[in-house]
Ligand binder design. Structure first.
Ligand code: AMP
Length: 512
Protein backbone atom coordinates (compact mmCIF):
# COMPACT_ATOMS: atom_id res chain seq x y z
CA UNK A 1 0.00 0.00 0.00
CA UNK A 2 1.18 3.49 -0.79
CA UNK A 3 1.91 5.79 2.13
CA UNK A 4 -0.08 8.46 0.27
CA UNK A 5 -3.26 6.39 0.59
CA UNK A 6 -2.76 5.93 4.33
CA UNK A 7 -1.90 9.61 4.80
CA UNK A 8 -5.06 10.65 3.04
CA UNK A 9 -7.32 8.31 5.03
CA UNK A 10 -5.65 9.35 8.27
CA UNK A 11 -6.38 13.01 7.51
CA UNK A 12 -9.97 12.26 6.58
CA UNK A 13 -10.57 10.15 9.69
CA UNK A 14 -9.21 12.93 11.89
CA UNK A 15 -11.33 15.54 10.11
CA UNK A 16 -14.68 13.82 10.55
CA UNK A 17 -16.40 13.45 13.89
CA UNK A 18 -18.99 10.97 12.61
CA UNK A 19 -18.13 7.48 13.85
CA UNK A 20 -19.94 5.81 10.94
CA UNK A 21 -17.89 7.82 8.44
CA UNK A 22 -14.64 6.92 10.19
CA UNK A 23 -15.64 3.25 10.04
CA UNK A 24 -16.50 3.48 6.33
CA UNK A 25 -13.16 5.16 5.56
CA UNK A 26 -11.23 2.49 7.42
CA UNK A 27 -13.25 -0.30 5.81
CA UNK A 28 -12.28 1.03 2.39
CA UNK A 29 -8.64 1.19 3.42
CA UNK A 30 -8.67 -2.38 4.74
CA UNK A 31 -10.26 -3.64 1.53
CA UNK A 32 -7.22 -2.30 -0.35
CA UNK A 33 -4.62 -3.50 2.17
CA UNK A 34 -2.65 -6.70 1.80
CA UNK A 35 -2.30 -8.87 4.90
CA UNK A 36 1.40 -7.94 5.15
CA UNK A 37 0.53 -4.23 5.26
CA UNK A 38 -1.61 -4.72 8.35
CA UNK A 39 1.09 -4.77 11.06
CA UNK A 40 2.14 -1.35 9.75
CA UNK A 41 -1.16 0.24 8.76
CA UNK A 42 -2.94 -0.34 12.07
CA UNK A 43 -0.30 1.22 14.33
CA UNK A 44 0.30 4.12 11.90
CA UNK A 45 -3.40 4.92 11.85
CA UNK A 46 -3.35 5.12 15.63
CA UNK A 47 -0.13 7.15 15.51
CA UNK A 48 2.00 4.38 17.03
CA UNK A 49 5.41 3.29 15.81
CA UNK A 50 5.92 -0.49 15.80
CA UNK A 51 9.63 0.17 16.48
CA UNK A 52 8.82 2.14 19.64
CA UNK A 53 11.56 4.68 19.98
CA UNK A 54 13.57 5.91 16.99
CA UNK A 55 15.97 8.18 18.85
CA UNK A 56 15.34 10.99 16.38
CA UNK A 57 15.54 14.38 18.05
CA UNK A 58 14.18 17.74 17.16
CA UNK A 59 17.40 18.93 15.50
CA UNK A 60 17.25 16.20 12.91
CA UNK A 61 13.53 16.56 12.34
CA UNK A 62 13.55 20.31 11.95
CA UNK A 63 15.85 20.23 8.90
CA UNK A 64 13.76 21.08 5.85
CA UNK A 65 14.04 18.63 2.98
CA UNK A 66 12.57 19.38 -0.44
CA UNK A 67 9.50 17.14 -0.87
CA UNK A 68 9.00 14.72 -3.75
CA UNK A 69 6.53 15.86 -6.42
CA UNK A 70 4.71 12.54 -6.76
CA UNK A 71 3.84 9.93 -4.12
CA UNK A 72 5.85 6.74 -4.53
CA UNK A 73 6.72 5.49 -1.02
CA UNK A 74 5.02 2.32 0.21
CA UNK A 75 4.20 1.76 3.88
CA UNK A 76 6.52 -1.25 3.92
CA UNK A 77 9.43 0.88 2.65
CA UNK A 78 8.77 3.40 5.40
CA UNK A 79 8.64 0.63 7.98
CA UNK A 80 11.96 -0.84 6.77
CA UNK A 81 13.58 2.57 7.04
CA UNK A 82 12.23 3.08 10.56
CA UNK A 83 13.64 -0.31 11.51
CA UNK A 84 17.05 0.79 10.24
CA UNK A 85 16.72 4.06 12.14
CA UNK A 86 15.88 2.29 15.40
CA UNK A 87 19.02 0.16 15.06
CA UNK A 88 21.45 3.09 14.69
CA UNK A 89 23.78 3.42 17.68
CA UNK A 90 27.31 4.31 18.68
CA UNK A 91 29.69 6.92 17.27
CA UNK A 92 28.37 8.99 14.38
CA UNK A 93 24.81 7.94 15.11
CA UNK A 94 23.38 11.47 14.87
CA UNK A 95 24.82 11.90 11.38
CA UNK A 96 23.54 8.49 10.33
CA UNK A 97 20.07 9.24 11.69
CA UNK A 98 20.05 12.59 9.87
CA UNK A 99 21.01 10.82 6.65
CA UNK A 100 18.21 8.24 6.97
CA UNK A 101 15.58 10.83 7.90
CA UNK A 102 16.76 12.99 4.97
CA UNK A 103 16.40 10.02 2.64
CA UNK A 104 12.88 9.30 3.90
CA UNK A 105 11.65 12.89 3.82
CA UNK A 106 13.19 13.46 0.37
CA UNK A 107 11.12 10.58 -1.00
CA UNK A 108 7.89 11.88 0.59
CA UNK A 109 5.43 14.46 -0.75
CA UNK A 110 4.59 17.46 1.37
CA UNK A 111 1.47 15.76 2.81
CA UNK A 112 3.42 12.61 3.53
CA UNK A 113 6.22 14.60 5.19
CA UNK A 114 3.66 16.13 7.52
CA UNK A 115 2.22 12.71 8.34
CA UNK A 116 5.68 11.18 8.98
CA UNK A 117 6.68 14.11 11.12
CA UNK A 118 3.52 13.66 13.20
CA UNK A 119 4.15 9.93 13.46
CA UNK A 120 7.70 10.43 14.76
CA UNK A 121 6.74 13.17 17.24
CA UNK A 122 3.52 11.44 18.33
CA UNK A 123 1.30 14.26 17.12
CA UNK A 124 -0.91 12.11 14.93
CA UNK A 125 -1.90 9.88 17.79
CA UNK A 126 -5.57 9.12 17.28
CA UNK A 127 -7.27 8.47 20.60
CA UNK A 128 -9.61 5.52 20.55
CA UNK A 129 -8.88 4.46 17.01
CA UNK A 130 -8.55 0.74 17.67
CA UNK A 131 -12.26 0.40 18.50
CA UNK A 132 -13.21 2.10 15.23
CA UNK A 133 -10.68 -0.01 13.36
CA UNK A 134 -12.36 -3.18 14.65
CA UNK A 135 -15.65 -2.00 13.15
CA UNK A 136 -13.96 -0.98 9.89
CA UNK A 137 -12.31 -4.36 9.64
CA UNK A 138 -15.63 -6.13 10.23
CA UNK A 139 -17.24 -4.05 7.50
CA UNK A 140 -14.40 -4.67 5.03
CA UNK A 141 -14.47 -8.43 5.51
CA UNK A 142 -18.23 -8.81 6.12
CA UNK A 143 -17.61 -10.44 9.49
CA UNK A 144 -19.95 -9.75 12.45
CA UNK A 145 -18.39 -6.92 14.55
CA UNK A 146 -19.07 -8.74 17.84
CA UNK A 147 -17.15 -11.77 16.56
CA UNK A 148 -14.22 -9.61 15.48
CA UNK A 149 -14.17 -7.90 18.88
CA UNK A 150 -14.19 -11.27 20.63
CA UNK A 151 -11.36 -12.56 18.43
CA UNK A 152 -9.28 -9.47 19.25
CA UNK A 153 -9.82 -10.08 22.96
CA UNK A 154 -8.75 -13.71 22.56
CA UNK A 155 -5.77 -13.00 20.31
CA UNK A 156 -4.66 -10.09 22.47
CA UNK A 157 -4.05 -7.99 19.38
CA UNK A 158 -6.04 -6.35 16.62
CA UNK A 159 -3.22 -6.84 14.15
CA UNK A 160 -3.17 -10.62 14.43
CA UNK A 161 -6.91 -10.80 13.80
CA UNK A 162 -6.79 -8.27 10.94
CA UNK A 163 -4.08 -10.23 9.15
CA UNK A 164 -5.98 -13.51 9.47
CA UNK A 165 -9.28 -11.92 8.35
CA UNK A 166 -7.79 -10.22 5.31
CA UNK A 167 -6.00 -13.40 4.26
CA UNK A 168 -8.78 -15.94 4.85
CA UNK A 169 -12.06 -14.08 5.38
CA UNK A 170 -14.55 -14.49 8.27
CA UNK A 171 -13.85 -18.24 8.59
CA UNK A 172 -10.48 -17.25 10.08
CA UNK A 173 -12.25 -16.07 13.24
CA UNK A 174 -12.83 -19.69 14.29
CA UNK A 175 -9.11 -19.98 14.90
CA UNK A 176 -9.31 -17.63 17.85
CA UNK A 177 -10.56 -19.70 20.77
CA UNK A 178 -10.15 -19.33 24.48
CA UNK A 179 -7.19 -21.53 25.37
CA UNK A 180 -5.85 -22.15 28.85
CA UNK A 181 -2.27 -20.91 28.78
CA UNK A 182 -2.86 -18.13 26.26
CA UNK A 183 -3.69 -14.73 27.83
CA UNK A 184 -6.73 -12.71 26.76
CA UNK A 185 -7.23 -8.95 26.94
CA UNK A 186 -8.78 -8.12 30.30
CA UNK A 187 -12.17 -6.51 30.82
CA UNK A 188 -11.74 -2.89 31.90
CA UNK A 189 -13.69 -0.58 34.17
CA UNK A 190 -15.18 2.80 33.28
CA UNK A 191 -15.70 5.58 35.79
CA UNK A 192 -18.85 6.62 37.64
CA UNK A 193 -18.88 9.61 39.97
CA UNK A 194 -20.95 7.93 42.70
CA UNK A 195 -22.41 4.56 43.62
CA UNK A 196 -25.91 5.89 42.99
CA UNK A 197 -24.94 6.83 39.44
CA UNK A 198 -23.37 3.39 38.92
CA UNK A 199 -26.31 1.46 40.40
CA UNK A 200 -28.71 3.70 38.46
CA UNK A 201 -27.00 2.69 35.23
CA UNK A 202 -26.59 -1.02 35.93
CA UNK A 203 -29.66 -2.02 37.95
CA UNK A 204 -29.12 -5.35 39.71
CA UNK A 205 -25.41 -5.48 40.41
CA UNK A 206 -22.54 -6.66 42.55
CA UNK A 207 -20.66 -3.95 44.42
CA UNK A 208 -17.11 -5.20 44.90
CA UNK A 209 -14.08 -3.90 46.76
CA UNK A 210 -11.67 -2.11 44.46
CA UNK A 211 -8.29 -3.42 45.52
CA UNK A 212 -5.29 -1.27 44.77
CA UNK A 213 -2.86 -3.86 43.48
CA UNK A 214 -1.82 -5.31 40.14
CA UNK A 215 -4.19 -7.09 37.79
CA UNK A 216 -3.36 -10.72 37.21
CA UNK A 217 -4.75 -13.46 34.96
CA UNK A 218 -4.02 -16.91 36.31
CA UNK A 219 -3.99 -19.88 33.93
CA UNK A 220 -3.68 -23.41 35.25
CA UNK A 221 -3.48 -26.54 33.14
CA UNK A 222 -2.76 -29.52 35.39
CA UNK A 223 0.55 -28.82 37.13
CA UNK A 224 1.40 -25.86 34.93
CA UNK A 225 0.47 -22.35 36.06
CA UNK A 226 1.09 -19.17 34.11
CA UNK A 227 0.49 -15.61 35.29
CA UNK A 228 -0.12 -12.61 33.04
CA UNK A 229 -0.42 -8.87 33.62
CA UNK A 230 -3.02 -6.51 32.21
CA UNK A 231 -0.74 -5.89 29.24
CA UNK A 232 -0.36 -9.68 28.80
CA UNK A 233 3.25 -9.89 30.00
CA UNK A 234 4.18 -13.25 31.50
CA UNK A 235 5.15 -12.75 35.17
CA UNK A 236 4.98 -16.40 36.26
CA UNK A 237 8.55 -16.51 37.54
CA UNK A 238 8.17 -13.46 39.74
CA UNK A 239 5.30 -14.57 41.96
CA UNK A 240 5.81 -18.13 43.25
CA UNK A 241 3.17 -17.61 45.98
CA UNK A 242 0.52 -17.18 43.30
CA UNK A 243 1.55 -20.32 41.47
CA UNK A 244 1.33 -22.19 44.77
CA UNK A 245 -2.11 -20.75 45.52
CA UNK A 246 -3.39 -21.69 42.04
CA UNK A 247 -2.13 -25.26 42.45
CA UNK A 248 -3.98 -25.61 45.75
CA UNK A 249 -7.34 -24.71 44.18
CA UNK A 250 -9.82 -27.42 43.36
CA UNK A 251 -9.89 -27.17 39.54
CA UNK A 252 -7.34 -28.62 37.14
CA UNK A 253 -7.86 -26.41 34.08
CA UNK A 254 -9.02 -22.87 34.58
CA UNK A 255 -8.47 -19.17 33.87
CA UNK A 256 -9.16 -16.76 36.72
CA UNK A 257 -9.04 -12.97 36.80
CA UNK A 258 -8.04 -11.05 39.89
CA UNK A 259 -5.71 -8.66 41.63
CA UNK A 260 -2.38 -9.25 43.39
CA UNK A 261 -2.21 -7.49 46.72
CA UNK A 262 -0.22 -7.56 49.94
CA UNK A 263 -1.27 -6.99 53.55
CA UNK A 264 0.68 -5.66 56.50
CA UNK A 265 0.77 -7.30 59.93
CA UNK A 266 -2.54 -5.63 60.89
CA UNK A 267 -4.31 -6.94 57.83
CA UNK A 268 -4.42 -3.57 56.09
CA UNK A 269 -3.50 -3.36 52.42
CA UNK A 270 0.10 -2.39 51.73
CA UNK A 271 0.79 0.47 49.34
CA UNK A 272 0.52 0.10 45.60
CA UNK A 273 4.21 1.09 45.28
CA UNK A 274 5.31 -1.88 47.38
CA UNK A 275 3.21 -4.32 45.36
CA UNK A 276 4.30 -2.80 42.04
CA UNK A 277 7.94 -3.02 43.17
CA UNK A 278 7.47 -6.67 44.05
CA UNK A 279 5.74 -7.56 40.77
CA UNK A 280 8.32 -5.57 38.80
CA UNK A 281 11.42 -7.10 40.32
CA UNK A 282 12.90 -10.07 38.49
CA UNK A 283 15.98 -10.62 40.60
CA UNK A 284 16.19 -12.44 43.88
CA UNK A 285 12.56 -13.44 43.93
CA UNK A 286 12.99 -15.45 47.13
CA UNK A 287 14.14 -12.43 49.21
CA UNK A 288 11.49 -10.17 47.66
CA UNK A 289 8.82 -12.76 48.49
CA UNK A 290 9.92 -12.72 52.12
CA UNK A 291 9.85 -8.91 52.35
CA UNK A 292 6.55 -8.36 50.56
CA UNK A 293 4.59 -11.61 50.38
CA UNK A 294 1.66 -11.18 48.02
CA UNK A 295 -1.60 -13.01 47.60
CA UNK A 296 -4.22 -13.20 44.86
CA UNK A 297 -7.80 -12.05 45.29
CA UNK A 298 -10.03 -13.29 42.49
CA UNK A 299 -13.14 -11.66 41.04
CA UNK A 300 -13.92 -13.53 37.82
CA UNK A 301 -13.64 -16.91 36.10
CA UNK A 302 -13.07 -17.04 32.34
CA UNK A 303 -12.72 -20.79 31.98
CA UNK A 304 -13.31 -23.67 34.36
CA UNK A 305 -12.55 -27.33 33.57
CA UNK A 306 -11.37 -25.96 30.22
CA UNK A 307 -14.92 -24.70 29.47
CA UNK A 308 -15.22 -21.18 27.98
CA UNK A 309 -17.37 -19.01 30.29
CA UNK A 310 -16.84 -15.65 28.56
CA UNK A 311 -20.34 -15.25 27.15
CA UNK A 312 -22.14 -16.31 30.32
CA UNK A 313 -23.70 -13.63 32.54
CA UNK A 314 -21.53 -12.51 35.44
CA UNK A 315 -23.80 -14.28 37.95
CA UNK A 316 -23.02 -17.64 36.36
CA UNK A 317 -19.31 -16.96 36.01
CA UNK A 318 -19.22 -15.96 39.65
CA UNK A 319 -21.00 -19.18 40.67
CA UNK A 320 -18.16 -21.09 38.96
CA UNK A 321 -15.60 -18.89 40.71
CA UNK A 322 -17.18 -19.68 44.07
CA UNK A 323 -17.04 -23.39 43.34
CA UNK A 324 -13.29 -23.21 42.75
CA UNK A 325 -12.00 -20.49 45.02
CA UNK A 326 -12.58 -20.36 48.79
CA UNK A 327 -14.14 -17.19 50.13
CA UNK A 328 -11.02 -15.56 51.65
CA UNK A 329 -9.43 -15.62 48.20
CA UNK A 330 -12.42 -13.97 46.50
CA UNK A 331 -13.01 -10.24 46.46
CA UNK A 332 -15.52 -9.00 49.07
CA UNK A 333 -18.84 -7.98 47.54
CA UNK A 334 -22.43 -6.99 48.24
CA UNK A 335 -25.33 -7.87 45.96
CA UNK A 336 -27.65 -4.94 45.30
CA UNK A 337 -31.03 -5.35 43.62
CA UNK A 338 -31.14 -1.86 42.07
CA UNK A 339 -31.59 1.84 42.91
CA UNK A 340 -34.15 0.99 45.64
CA UNK A 341 -31.33 -0.77 47.47
CA UNK A 342 -28.85 2.10 47.25
CA UNK A 343 -28.32 2.27 51.02
CA UNK A 344 -26.72 -1.20 50.94
CA UNK A 345 -24.33 -0.07 48.21
CA UNK A 346 -23.36 3.11 50.10
CA UNK A 347 -22.82 1.13 53.27
CA UNK A 348 -20.55 -1.33 51.47
CA UNK A 349 -18.52 1.54 49.99
CA UNK A 350 -18.07 3.12 53.44
CA UNK A 351 -16.96 -0.21 54.95
CA UNK A 352 -14.53 -0.80 52.07
CA UNK A 353 -12.92 2.62 52.54
CA UNK A 354 -12.67 1.99 56.28
CA UNK A 355 -10.71 -1.19 55.51
CA UNK A 356 -8.20 0.94 53.62
CA UNK A 357 -9.17 0.22 50.00
CA UNK A 358 -9.57 2.88 47.34
CA UNK A 359 -13.18 2.40 46.29
CA UNK A 360 -15.56 -0.08 44.68
CA UNK A 361 -16.21 -1.59 41.27
CA UNK A 362 -19.93 -1.93 40.49
CA UNK A 363 -20.69 -4.76 38.05
CA UNK A 364 -23.86 -5.59 36.13
CA UNK A 365 -25.00 -9.14 36.93
CA UNK A 366 -26.10 -9.97 33.38
CA UNK A 367 -22.97 -8.82 31.57
CA UNK A 368 -20.68 -11.12 29.58
CA UNK A 369 -16.90 -10.82 29.97
CA UNK A 370 -15.68 -8.49 27.26
CA UNK A 371 -12.51 -6.51 26.75
CA UNK A 372 -12.32 -3.20 24.98
CA UNK A 373 -14.07 0.05 25.53
CA UNK A 374 -17.57 -0.80 24.37
CA UNK A 375 -20.32 -1.17 26.89
CA UNK A 376 -19.71 -0.22 30.47
CA UNK A 377 -20.83 -2.99 32.75
CA UNK A 378 -17.98 -2.45 35.20
CA UNK A 379 -18.02 0.99 36.80
CA UNK A 380 -15.39 2.11 39.32
CA UNK A 381 -16.26 4.60 42.02
CA UNK A 382 -13.52 6.31 44.04
CA UNK A 383 -14.13 9.13 46.51
CA UNK A 384 -10.81 10.85 45.79
CA UNK A 385 -10.89 12.30 42.30
CA UNK A 386 -8.12 10.89 40.18
CA UNK A 387 -7.54 11.11 36.46
CA UNK A 388 -5.28 9.20 34.13
CA UNK A 389 -3.59 11.93 32.08
CA UNK A 390 -0.82 12.01 29.53
CA UNK A 391 2.46 13.88 30.03
CA UNK A 392 2.80 16.34 27.13
CA UNK A 393 5.94 18.15 28.31
CA UNK A 394 8.04 18.80 31.41
CA UNK A 395 10.03 21.73 32.77
CA UNK A 396 13.55 21.57 34.22
CA UNK A 397 13.47 22.01 37.99
CA UNK A 398 15.15 24.63 40.18
CA UNK A 399 16.99 24.47 43.51
CA UNK A 400 16.89 20.98 44.93
CA UNK A 401 15.46 19.78 41.65
CA UNK A 402 18.13 21.24 39.36
CA UNK A 403 18.99 18.70 36.68
CA UNK A 404 15.66 16.96 37.12
CA UNK A 405 12.61 17.23 34.86
CA UNK A 406 9.99 18.33 37.33
CA UNK A 407 6.88 20.36 36.46
CA UNK A 408 4.70 18.14 34.24
CA UNK A 409 2.32 19.46 31.57
CA UNK A 410 -0.77 17.26 31.75
CA UNK A 411 -3.18 16.50 28.93
CA UNK A 412 -6.56 14.78 28.59
CA UNK A 413 -7.71 13.18 25.35
CA UNK A 414 -9.87 15.21 23.00
CA UNK A 415 -12.59 14.02 20.62
CA UNK A 416 -10.40 14.58 17.54
CA UNK A 417 -7.70 12.23 18.83
CA UNK A 418 -5.36 14.87 20.22
CA UNK A 419 -4.67 16.05 23.75
CA UNK A 420 -5.75 19.20 25.56
CA UNK A 421 -3.49 20.50 28.31
CA UNK A 422 -5.32 20.77 31.64
CA UNK A 423 -2.59 22.19 33.83
CA UNK A 424 0.79 21.44 35.37
CA UNK A 425 2.07 19.84 38.52
CA UNK A 426 5.35 19.19 40.33
CA UNK A 427 3.68 17.88 43.50
CA UNK A 428 3.51 14.36 44.87
CA UNK A 429 6.76 13.12 43.32
CA UNK A 430 9.19 11.00 45.27
CA UNK A 431 12.94 11.30 44.56
CA UNK A 432 12.86 7.95 42.81
CA UNK A 433 9.98 9.13 40.64
CA UNK A 434 11.83 12.33 39.73
CA UNK A 435 14.93 10.39 38.70
CA UNK A 436 12.88 7.90 36.71
CA UNK A 437 10.78 10.51 34.90
CA UNK A 438 13.85 12.63 34.06
CA UNK A 439 15.36 9.69 32.23
CA UNK A 440 12.17 8.41 30.63
CA UNK A 441 10.98 11.84 29.45
CA UNK A 442 14.33 12.60 27.85
CA UNK A 443 13.97 9.41 25.85
CA UNK A 444 10.58 10.65 24.65
CA UNK A 445 11.73 14.22 23.96
CA UNK A 446 10.93 15.68 20.56
CA UNK A 447 11.60 19.37 21.17
CA UNK A 448 13.02 21.74 23.74
CA UNK A 449 13.51 25.45 24.19
CA UNK A 450 16.07 24.79 26.90
CA UNK A 451 13.47 25.01 29.67
CA UNK A 452 10.38 23.13 28.52
CA UNK A 453 10.96 19.69 27.04
CA UNK A 454 8.12 18.56 24.77
CA UNK A 455 7.70 14.78 24.63
CA UNK A 456 5.88 12.16 22.61
CA UNK A 457 2.55 11.86 24.44
CA UNK A 458 3.09 8.31 25.69
CA UNK A 459 3.40 8.31 29.46
CA UNK A 460 0.19 7.96 31.45
CA UNK A 461 0.23 9.40 34.96
CA UNK A 462 -2.47 9.16 37.61
CA UNK A 463 -3.25 12.56 39.05
CA UNK A 464 -5.28 13.38 42.15
CA UNK A 465 -7.00 16.77 42.23
CA UNK A 466 -9.46 18.66 44.36
CA UNK A 467 -11.74 19.93 41.63
CA UNK A 468 -11.87 21.90 38.42
CA UNK A 469 -11.92 25.61 37.80
CA UNK A 470 -12.61 27.61 34.69
CA UNK A 471 -9.56 28.98 32.94
CA UNK A 472 -9.02 30.96 29.78
CA UNK A 473 -5.39 29.86 29.65
CA UNK A 474 -6.07 26.21 28.80
CA UNK A 475 -7.72 24.90 25.60
CA UNK A 476 -10.54 22.96 27.29
CA UNK A 477 -11.51 26.12 29.22
CA UNK A 478 -10.82 24.42 32.56
CA UNK A 479 -7.85 23.56 34.74
CA UNK A 480 -7.25 21.23 37.70
CA UNK A 481 -7.14 22.49 41.28
CA UNK A 482 -4.30 21.14 43.42
CA UNK A 483 -3.18 18.52 40.95
CA UNK A 484 -0.62 16.05 42.35
CA UNK A 485 0.99 12.90 41.04
CA UNK A 486 -0.24 9.64 42.54
CA UNK A 487 1.78 7.26 40.36
CA UNK A 488 2.80 6.49 36.82
CA UNK A 489 0.53 4.04 35.02
CA UNK A 490 2.92 2.16 32.78
CA UNK A 491 0.25 -0.49 32.31
CA UNK A 492 -1.95 2.02 30.47
CA UNK A 493 -1.57 3.35 26.95
CA UNK A 494 -2.34 6.99 26.13
CA UNK A 495 -5.44 5.81 24.26
CA UNK A 496 -6.77 4.71 27.64
CA UNK A 497 -6.27 8.08 29.32
CA UNK A 498 -9.30 10.10 30.44
CA UNK A 499 -11.03 12.41 28.00
CA UNK A 500 -11.98 16.08 28.33
CA UNK A 501 -15.54 14.98 27.67
CA UNK A 502 -15.77 12.58 30.64
CA UNK A 503 -13.99 15.09 32.84
CA UNK A 504 -16.50 17.83 32.05
CA UNK A 505 -19.38 15.38 32.43
CA UNK A 506 -18.16 14.61 35.96
CA UNK A 507 -17.98 18.31 36.85
CA UNK A 508 -21.25 19.97 35.85
CA UNK A 509 -20.32 22.89 38.14
CA UNK A 510 -17.74 24.24 35.66
CA UNK A 511 -19.68 23.74 32.45
CA UNK A 512 -20.33 27.05 30.74
P1 AMP B 1 -8.20 1.49 36.92
O1 AMP B 1 -6.91 0.75 36.68
O2 AMP B 1 -8.08 2.60 37.89
O3 AMP B 1 -8.88 1.87 35.63
O4 AMP B 1 -9.19 0.45 37.63
C1 AMP B 1 -9.45 -0.82 37.09
C2 AMP B 1 -8.54 -1.83 37.75
O5 AMP B 1 -8.92 -2.03 39.10
C3 AMP B 1 -8.64 -3.21 37.15
O6 AMP B 1 -7.87 -3.35 36.00
C4 AMP B 1 -8.11 -4.09 38.28
O7 AMP B 1 -6.70 -4.17 38.20
C5 AMP B 1 -8.43 -3.29 39.54
N1 AMP B 1 -9.45 -3.91 40.41
C6 AMP B 1 -9.39 -3.93 41.74
N2 AMP B 1 -10.45 -4.53 42.28
C7 AMP B 1 -11.23 -4.94 41.26
C8 AMP B 1 -12.48 -5.64 41.18
N3 AMP B 1 -13.15 -6.03 42.26
N4 AMP B 1 -12.98 -5.86 39.94
C9 AMP B 1 -12.31 -5.46 38.84
N5 AMP B 1 -11.14 -4.81 38.86
C10 AMP B 1 -10.60 -4.55 40.07
Amino acid sequence: MLLARLTHVSQEVAATSARSRKIALLAELFRDAEPDDVPIVIPYLAGRLPQGRLGVGWKVLSRRVAPAAEPALTVREVDALFTDLAKVSGAGSQAERARLVGELMGAATEDEQRFLFGLITGEVRQGALDAVAVEGLAQATEAPPADVRRAVMLAGSLQTVAQALLADGPAALDRFRLTVGRPVLPMLAHTASSVSEAVGKLGACAVEEKLDGIRVQVHRDGDTVRLYTRTLDDITDRLPELTGAALRLRGERFILDGEVIAFDADGRPRSFQEIAGRVGSRTDVATAAKEVPVSPVFFDALAVDGRDLLDLPFTERHAELSRLVPEPMRVRRALVSGPEDIAAAEEFLAATLARGHEGVVVKGLDAAYSAGRRGASWLKVKPVHTLDLVVLAAEWGHGRRTGRLSNLHLGARTADGGFAMLGKTFKGMTDAMLAWQTERLQELAVDTDGYVVTVRPELVVEIAYDGLQRSTRYPAGVTLRFARVVRYREDKRPEEADTVETLLAAHPEVRP
